[in-house]
Design a protein around this ligand. Sequence first.
Ligand SMILES: Cc1cc2nc3c(=O)[nH]c(=O)nc-3n(C[C@H](O)[C@H](O)[C@H](O)COP(=O)(O)O)c2cc1C
Length: 397
Amino acid sequence: MGIGEERAAARIRTVADARRLARRRVPGPVWDYIEGGAGAETTLRANVAAYEEVQFLPRVGAVTGAPPELATTVLGTEVSMPLLLSPVGFTRMMDPAGDVAAAGAAGAAGTIATLSSMSGHTIAEVASAATGPLWFQLYFLGGRAGAEQLVERARKAGYRALVVTLDTPLPGNRERDSRHGLSPPLRLDRRTVTKMAPRVVLHPRWVLDAARDHFSLDLINTTTLVVDGRTLSSLEALWHWLAYPARWEDFSWLKEQWDGPVLAKGVLTADDARRAVDVGADGIIVSNHGGRQLDSVDPTVAALVPVVDAVGDQVEVLLDGGVRRGADVVKAVALGARAAMVGRAWAYGLAAAGRPGVDRVLRILRDDIDRTMRLVGATRVSELRRDLVRIPSTWGA
Ligand SMILES: Cc1cc2nc3c(=O)[nH]c(=O)nc-3n(C[C@H](O)[C@H](O)[C@H](O)COP(=O)(O)O)c2cc1C
């Protein structure tokens, strides 16, 4: 981690600052990959905007000067705050430290990082660099045979939970990526890199970092799977994945492979939440993939309410999408989420200033959770309940 990164991180005061810095540091196509959503990006915008529709109903005169207790548990794991890191793919192209930085920053902050199947470092590498608990997000790369190997690697490396992403039977319509020649399944090969070149040279620091990292932009989990006695090529692993998207039927098989908790990510309706419980999911992540998959679905903080009402007494419900402030985390938890998760917020930090950037973003969010809890009159996470917020009547509470 360079002095430059420390200096850049020190300039970040808000997640929006991290976003601005990230946009400047990385080449346009990398920025568009981080920031972009699907279709008209309606859901991408709505996820963020929906938090503005949740009003606090604070209890004044209730707290002492003592700091509130932010610690809680998520599926049996203690965390220092109700905020976790969502899986983000291709992070090594944002900064060479990639998922290693995320795992390190999460551990230092006392929370959980979720490693994407689309990572640039191996499952074992990230685990050995981590200082805190990790979850693994599973795509069926290489089909079931490939998934079995990924699950085995995660088990051996000590990951605590599996996150099965269900909203990606194929990549969403990411128009920004296709404009850059990064068509799904997103692939960085010589052709696309050449196409990107004119925009990449405008970002010499990024180029230097990437060169020092030997342009290690491969998705390592797609190049190391052995099926029918042969190592798959990256393209083959991705085609098997698209031919074999995760389905509810896979949960019973997964539960045989994996002793720990299994979470269903991408649930947006009460019906699917009940389905997740029926197939044995231990947790649900209400998510629309940060507006990157099906456009024109409910913003997640709105979708959270009916899901919590349907299954909140049976499984833990988390959410991600649009969380940019600690106050958003407090709103989500008050509405029944066990914890909120962030994707772009930490990716912005990483792209802006490497590991120190992720540290900084997590610190900013924690401080804002702390401050907001005091201001709404809560001394611990369990006091964040629905009567502390008012939501639009159309949200199906
Ligand atoms: C750049 C980027 C890459 C992502 N890659 C993955 C992935 O590999 N697997 C996955 O399940 N979700 C992935 N997601 C979705 C996130 O896990 C999460 O659902 C989303 O980012 C939450 O919205 P937010 O970015 O507004 O916080 C990705 C999101 C972004 C922004």
